[in-house]
Design a protein around this ligand. Structure first.
Ligand code: NAP
Length: 295
């Protein structure tokens, strides 16, 4: 068996074109969705991510603005800016690009973002909403992108054995919650998991987000499994690789995502979706609609 290689760029193009129509509807009602990105310091990777977000906004018809601060900024200055953006009616989504310089505490800054503008989905309200299955939250962009890939490829989730390798707050844990909400049977593995393979071999759907190249080898994967590789690793020779031994696992799996070109393009796409959804909810609220659009 050779797996179908999922083209994340094609899925992202499809999703963006669907959401572009929603942006046009909003524009016809005088609303332009707006995203504000706060970047602190000069981490080169963060700068690339922010540039990609700005570019994606322009492509789908959103307005975006970047608020830059030096690495040694006082937390109060950032909090002041977040509060201003919370009050700004032209801005529907606010995010703080992570990671932060060590003197800044992410939880306290992220907690300042208004819940209805928290398009990264990192505010505790949105995290809690994910736990209890609340509809009107913003799902974190990377697991939301994986969910969207599964839907696009019409891969059933209900009743499937799902194994998520990686238990971070931004990828692994929300991924597990989102797939549980779709009635999968989910196991979460992490660095202390004993004998990782005994879990991965049972997975109908294997989602890997550990940040370890070649962590998942072919003998660890069930024949016919769906393998979603979230990992992004820079190899010593400069190439990018995921966490899965792509060349060998693709001979065994039914579906596999490549790195690059798999989950990556979906993350920024889902940020756009969340920002448009935020603008739609705000517009519905302003119009007194008691049934705002949900994602
Ligand atoms: P993270 O915060 O470092 O979390 C990594 C998780 O993997 C942790 O739960 C860790 O376990 C677990 N882990 C690490 N090594 C492991 C091993 N050998 N066996 C089993 N579990 C292991 O990273 P993250 O932010 O979730 O990101 C994970 C990967 O996804 C990274 O490569 C990152 O670059 C990539 N990523 C990609 C996108 C995208 O758009 N494609 C977006 C976000 C992240 P412990 O909890 O026990 O430490």
């Amino acid at each position: 068996m050779t797996a179908k290689i999922i083209d994340g760029n094609a899925v992202a193009r499809h999703v963006r074109s669907e959401w572009k129509k929603r942006v046009e509807t909003l524009k016809s009602r005088g609303v332009i969705p707006g995203l504000a990105v706060i970047i602190i310091g000069d981490n080169p990777a963060s700068r690339v991510y922010v540039r990609n977000k700005v570019k994606a906004c322009a492509e789908v018809g959103l307005q975006s603005e970047v608020h830059e601060f030096p690495a040694n900024v006082a937390p109060e200055a950032v909090i002041r800016r977040i509060r201003e953006l919370n009050q700004n009616s032209a801005i529907h989504g606010v995010l703080v690009q992570l990671p932060l310089p060590p003197h800044l505490e992410p939880r306290s800054l992220l907690g300042e973002i208004a819940v209805d503008k928290d398009v990264d989905g990192f505010h505790l309200y949105n995290v809690g909403g994910l736990v209890v299955g609340e509809n009107n939250i913003f799902p974190p962009c990377t697991p939301y992108g994986v969910q969207c890939i599964l839907e696009y490829e019409k891969i059933p989730v209900e009743g499937q054995n799902v194994v998520v390798v990686g238990a971070s707050n931004i990828v692994g844990k929300p991924m597990a919650l989102m797939l549980m909400a779709k009635e999968a049977t989910v196991s979460i593995c992490h660095i202390k998991t004993r004998d990782l393979a005994q879990y991965t071999i049972l997975a109908d759907i294997l989602v890997v987000a550990a940040g370890c190249p070649n962590l998942i080898t072919a003998p660890m994967v069930k024949r016919g499994a769906v393998v979603i590789d979230v990992g992004i690793n820079r190899l010593p020779d400069g190439r990018l690789a995921g966490d899965v031994d792509f060349e060998r696992v693709k001979e065994k799996a039914a579906y596999i995502t490549p790195v690059p070109g798999g989950v990556g393009p979906m993350t920024v796409t889902m940020l756009i979706c969340n920002t448009v959804a935020a603008a739609e909810r705000k517009a519905a609220k302003n119009a007194g609609n008691k049934n705002p659009v949900t994602v």
